[in-house]
Design a protein around this ligand. Structure first.
Ligand SMILES: *[C@@H]1O[C@H](CO)[C@@H](O)[C@H](O)[C@H]1NC(C)=O
Ligand SMILES: *[C@@H]1O[C@H](CO)[C@@H](O)[C@H](O)[C@H]1NC(C)=O
Ligand SMILES: *[C@@H]1O[C@H](CO)[C@@H](O)[C@H](O)[C@H]1NC(C)=O
Ligand SMILES: *[C@@H]1O[C@H](CO)[C@@H](O)[C@H](O)[C@H]1NC(C)=O
Ligand SMILES: *[C@@H]1O[C@H](CO)[C@@H](O)[C@H](O)[C@H]1NC(C)=O
Length: 480
């Protein structure tokens, strides 16, 4: 009886133990995968964050940090990423071509490794199952391979934040399964290849921060799934191509800032009903903004700053959706901050520098909420005092009012602890500089009518220059 009981207990324990084993052990590593991964590790010369410390021969490679064998004993995904806020942590070395031994690899994700050098990794061409490639913020360089089109199983290719140079290979047109392509933050030159028009599944195309030139080619007719288009910070010129209009139903993010684009803002933009973000800043767009843009009631971010746009700016109906608006440095004469702007209840970043505003800040009937994060109304003709506004806005980080006619006693100014930047240069501000400005990150009080001894701060001379009678460090000694 007793022995039977123990016999059962033994069996039960054995069964539970075996279960436990199969549940907790990852699939056993394939020798090819292990060899490939260890060769990768040995080409890494510095690993200050010890990200590869679990990679050693005495353990199963499927259990190593970043190694994933989801289906069988073969490595399918390799993920090595350093959080971007770990600023000092760099993985140094090169990417070993032996990674081609990982014949079942479907995805490779290397992010923020920062000091991995070498050319575009050619072992990718020897991986028959590779579907997604993230090589972001490494230090790879040289040209993108001319035969990049051979990676035609890819749905995602991002090499942003490297130092790739030369032109975008025309064979990119063969990557017809791509839905995300990011070549941003490299040194690419030449024009955007026409063949991109073949990438009909593309939903996110990012070529920002390169040196691409020429016009934006007429490639959009077939790109019916494009939601995000980012071509900012290049040297693109000319007008938006006609096929741009066909992006209307789905495009949500359009970022073309810091190029040399020209022509007028097309009125068909009013049909881009999914548009969330429109950034055309720092270009040469001219003419007036089409009135029909008032139909974009869901738009959250508008940046048309630094163009040549003229009056009148349309009245937008964006009460509950607008988060940021920047119309600075165009040719507007707005006279006042428009009512539709003031009443946008969630607006947190408002920049209307040099918009020809001629009001008193005392007349600005702001909303009841205190959601402003940044305000820039520099280079207008604004008078009155910001004392009430700064007292009420409890979340403000940035307040720029340079080059206006503000006239108030600076000694009476109080502001939220969140404030980091205060620029009141070139106004008519009088009184003394209060000690509480010392806690700011950026301060400019130059060219006003301030007087008296400066409190101790870290700001340079130019932050206080050209006032009536300021004294004390960093300016000269106070007399008497
Ligand atoms: C290998 O890794 C295991 C577990 O992480 C560790 O206990 C062992 O000391 C390591 N061996 C070597 C040679 O680094
Ligand atoms: C980057 O790598 C090079 C050579 O591989 C090395 O000399 C340099 O110290 C590394 N830089 C950092 C910040 O780790
Ligand atoms: C920008 O385009 C204009 C023509 O629209 C041209 O005159 C100018 O040289 C271009 N600027 C740059 C920096 O390419
Ligand atoms: C608008 O774009 C300019 C330049 O491209 C940038 O400096 C500015 O911060 C942007 N404005 C907002 C509100 O993001
Ligand atoms: C302060 O503003 C003046 C004029 O707007 C400018 O010349 C000066 O460089 C600025 N100083 C600082 C510290 O920002």
């Amino acid at each position: 009886m007793k022995s039977c009981f123990f016999h059962h207990l033994f069996l039960l324990t054995a069964v539970i133990f075996l279960r436990f084993l199969t549940l907790t052990t990852a699939a056993m590593c394939h020798p090819d995968d292990e060899t490939g991964l260890l060769a990768f590790k040995s080409a890494i010369t510095k690993d200050p964050s010890d990200i590869l410390s679990t990679w050693n021969k005495s353990t199963n490679c499927c259990s190593w940090e970043g190694v994933n064998c989801p289906n069988n004993n073969r490595v399918a995904v390799l993920t090595i990423r350093i959080e971007s806020n770990d600023a000092g942590l760099f993985l140094s070395g090169t990417i070993s071509p032996s990674l081609s031994k990982l014949q079942h690899l479907e995805g490779i994700v290397f992010i923020n490794l920062k000091n991995i050098t070498g050319p575009f990794p050619s072992f990718l061409f020897r991986l028959p199952h590779i579907k997604y490639v993230y090589l972001e913020n490494l230090r790879l360089s040289g040209p993108l391979p001319a035969n990049i089109g051979a990676l035609n199983r890819l749905d995602t290719l991002t090499v942003k934040g490297n130092q790739f140079s030369g032109s975008i290979p025309s064979s990119i047109s063969k990557l017809t399964r791509l839905n995300y392509l990011n070549l941003g933050g490299n040194l690419l030159t030449g024009t955007i290849p026409l063949g991109i028009a073949n990438l009909k599944l593309m939903s996110n195309l990012n070529l920002e921060g390169n040196r691409l030139s020429g016009t934006i080619p007429d490639i959009f007719k077939s790109m019916s799934k494009l939601r995000i288009l980012t071509l900012s910070r290049n040297r693109l010129s000319g007008k938006l191509p006609p096929s741009f209009a066909s992006l209307a139903p789905v495009l949500a993010f359009l970022e073309l800032g810091q190029n040399n684009l020209s022509g007028s803002i097309p009125s068909y933009l009013s049909r881009f009903m999914a548009l969330d973000t429109l950034d055309l800043s720092k270009n040469r767009f001219s003419g007036s903004v089409p009135k029909s843009l008032a139909k974009l009631t869901k738009i959250a971010n508008i940046n048309l700053s630094h163009n040549l746009l003229t009056d009148p700016f349309p009245v937008l109906d964006v009460k509950n959706d607008l988060l940021s608006l920047d119309l600075s440095y165009n040719k507007f004469h707005m006279e006042t901050i428009p009512e539709w702007v003031t009443s946008a209840s969630l607006l947190s970043s408002l920049k209307l520098a040099k918009c020809g505003i001629k009001m008193s800040l005392d007349d600005w009937k702001t909303r009841q909420t205190d959601l402003y994060d940044s305000i820039d109304l520099s280079d207008n003709d604004i008078s009155g005092s910001p004392v009430r506004f700064l007292k009420e806005e409890r979340q403000l980080r940035e307040f720029r009012m340079s080059g206006n006619k503000l006239r108030f006693d600076l000694g009476k100014l109080s502001f939220s602890k969140t404030l980091e930047t205060l620029d009141l240069s070139r106004n008519l501000v009088f009184g003394k500089v209060p000690a509480r400005v010392a806690g700011l990150k950026i301060l400019n009080l130059s060219q006003n009518h301030l007087c008296g001894k400066l409190p101790a701060t870290k700001f340079p001379k130019s932050a206080f220059a050209i006032n009536d009678c300021l004294c004390g460090s960093p300016l000269g000694h106070c007399k008497g």
